[in-house]
Ligand binder design. Structure first.
Ligand SMILES: Cc1cc2nc3c(=O)[nH]c(=O)nc-3n(C[C@H](O)[C@H](O)[C@H](O)COP(=O)(O)OP(=O)(O)OC[C@H]3O[C@@H](n4cnc5c(N)ncnc54)[C@H](O)[C@@H]3O)c2cc1C
Length: 488
């Protein structure tokens, strides 16, 4: 099999025995559970979307020649990145960027890992590197959907990350079995957790040099015995797309993951017990590779938000008010700057080693902490422009009720000449974007999914110091001093 359809994807989930918990209930079959109906419609729709837009999203696999999703291909040139951009932008349009964890995100990560064998095989890890390369081929050929957990939970912030209670909850190796290794502990936070085929565990933040037991990278099927997927409350609704355009299909469901002495088969272990390699694998190229996807998704979402706000301003007859125009220009600027950053990163793409070709990282290092500030501000602007209109939104059922419809047409038309239905649809879309339970969750996602802005601004500064020498200040003084005293 190469690229899957939505039906293929849902068939793959059916009754595989995975241990998913929602509220107090153990879900017997994710594919048949009523709470997840809308989400599965949304994710299976994503698989169908790649077929509908095959010219952008599907290519011939350079290795097998079979058709494959663009996100599985290891980029080897600037042309490959340009081609991938086209596919990623198309994929992001499926949910206008509201789905953060469409499978292309982790696919890019593994394509990037597999493209860097010299990093993974360091310190005698040739077997792990080989396992990883074989796994990436399997993901591409079966078109699997992956979730990932890269963060150790910290119970007590007063002590070091792997000491005391923090060490007890961290996911770590506790033994060997005949077939592989045994791991115990927990990790946060698997978005798409109950709906993925595989759970990948790889590094988030660096670990201490002696923390060998937590230096683990592997992937396992969600249905592996001992793996517990503990879902947050589900925010998806079994509602009409008109009423809840996002909540009716785009709740990608985050979950806390517990490993209760889970056996990881040897062929799925990519790294075991080597903190130096663990700390190295994210440092070479991950940002330049994966953030092409994350910034393209953000760009699509920002452009959508800009248009949404323009339309709301027109419907309210406020499009010419100076303060509204200022806010519209502000959102457009965020979108345009994001598009420019992606272009700049692609323009300066280069070989990162082993022939893997990724984007220049500097523009992405700047975008990583900046977008978590822009996204909540965009949500604020949506509420400022729309105000109470976000809540004067008759439902599809209300609009279809002949006793009510004439009153709605009379009292809730748009200033742009549109009727009550068009007006309601617009503000319902805006409310589901920012105000619904899913909208609030998505704002939290934008703030934290690539680590906090505080952490990543600091990382940007550290990288800038390594990038080049910063000597403009003394150079300027030297130039002034060389000019001699200034005579007026
Ligand atoms: C909706 C959602 C979905 C997610 N999905 C996934 C997923 O699929 N897979 C996954 O692995 N993870 C996922 N995450 C988790 C995400 O990776 C973490 O939330 C993220 O790394 C931030 O970690 P943290 O929450 O510990 O915050 P921290 O980075 O610890 O920051 C919390 C606060 O502490 C302060 N702070 C902490 N450390 C520093 C520092 N070094 N310097 C300065 N200030 C600091 C900051 O003020 C910050 O606001 C998800 C998170 C959310 C909210």
């Amino acid at each position: 099999m190469a690229t899957r359809t939505g039906a293929d994807y849902v068939d793959g989930l059916r009754g595989d025995g995975r241990e998913v918990w929602i509220g107090g209930e153990r879900v017997q079959d994710v594919a048949g559970h009523p709470a997840f109906r809308g989400s599965l419609r949304g994710i299976s729709g994503f698989f169908d979307w790649q077929h509908r837009h095959a010219a952008d999203c599907i290519v011939a696999d350079p290795v097998s020649g079979q058709s494959t999703g663009i996100s599985h291909v290891i980029p080897r040139s600037a042309g490959d990145l340009e081609r991938r951009h086209r596919g990623l932008e198309r994929l992001a349009r499926y949910s206008v960027g509201m789905l953060g964890r469409t499978p292309d995100y982790v696919n890019l990560t593994f394509a990037g890992f597999a493209g860097q064998p010299s990093v993974w095989s360091a310190n005698g890890n040739e077997e792990g590197a080989g396992n990883l390369a074989a796994f990436q081929r399997e993901v591409a050929e079966k078109d699997l959907a992956l979730t990932h957990t890269i963060i150790h939970p910290t119970v007590d912030g007063r002590i070091a990350p792997y000491e005391g209670i923090n060490g007890e909850v961290a996911l770590r190796k506790v033994g060997e079995s005949g077939e592989g290794i045994v791991v115990r502990g927990a990790r946060i936070l698997a978005t798409l957790g109950p709906f993925a085929d595989e759970l990948a565990v790889y590094p988030g933040q660096p670990i201490p040099k002696d923390a060998r037991d937590v230096a683990l990278v592997f992937s396992i099927p969600l249905a592996t015995p001992g793996l517990k997927i503990v879902c947050r409350d589900h925010y998806g609704l079994d509602a009409e797309a008109f009423d809840r355009p996002f909540s009716s299909r785009f709740d990608e469901q985050d979950a806390f993951v517990v490993f209760d002495d889970v056996e990881i088969p040897r062929h799925r272990v990519f790294l075991d017990g080597d903190p130096a390699t663990y700390n190295a694998v994210m440092a070479r190229g991950w940002t330049g590779n994966v953030m092409q996807q994350t910034c393209i998704r953000a760009m699509v979402k920002l452009e959508f938000a800009y248009e949404l706000c323009c339309r709301m301003a027109e419907v309210l007859g406020q499009g010419r008010r100076p303060e509204v125009m200022q806010m519209l220009g502000e959102i457009w600027s965020y979108a345009a700057l994001t598009r420019a950053a992606v272009r700049a990163a692609e323009a300066d793409s280069h070989d990162f080693g082993d022939g893997a070709w990724f984007c220049d990282e500097a523009p992405f290092r700047a975008m990583r902490p900046t977008l978590p500030g822009w996204m909540p501000r965009v949500n604020e602007i949506i509420t400022l422009i729309a105000s109470h209109n976000l809540l004067a939104t008759p439902s599809r059922a209300g609009l279809e009720n002949p006793a009510l419809r004439p009153w709605l047409e009379r009292y809730l038309p748009g200033a742009d000449g549109g009727g009550a239905e068009a007006r309601s649809r617009l503000f319902r879309t805006a409310w589901d974007f920012v105000g619904s339970a899913l909208g609030a969750r998505t704002e939290l996602y934008e703030r934290y999914y690539l680590a906090s802005a505080a952490r990543t601004y600091a990382l940007a500064h550290i990288a800038a110091q390594k990038d080049r020498e910063w000597d403009q200040v003394p150079a300027f003084w030297a130039h002034l001093d060389g000019d001699g005293p200034c005579h007026g």
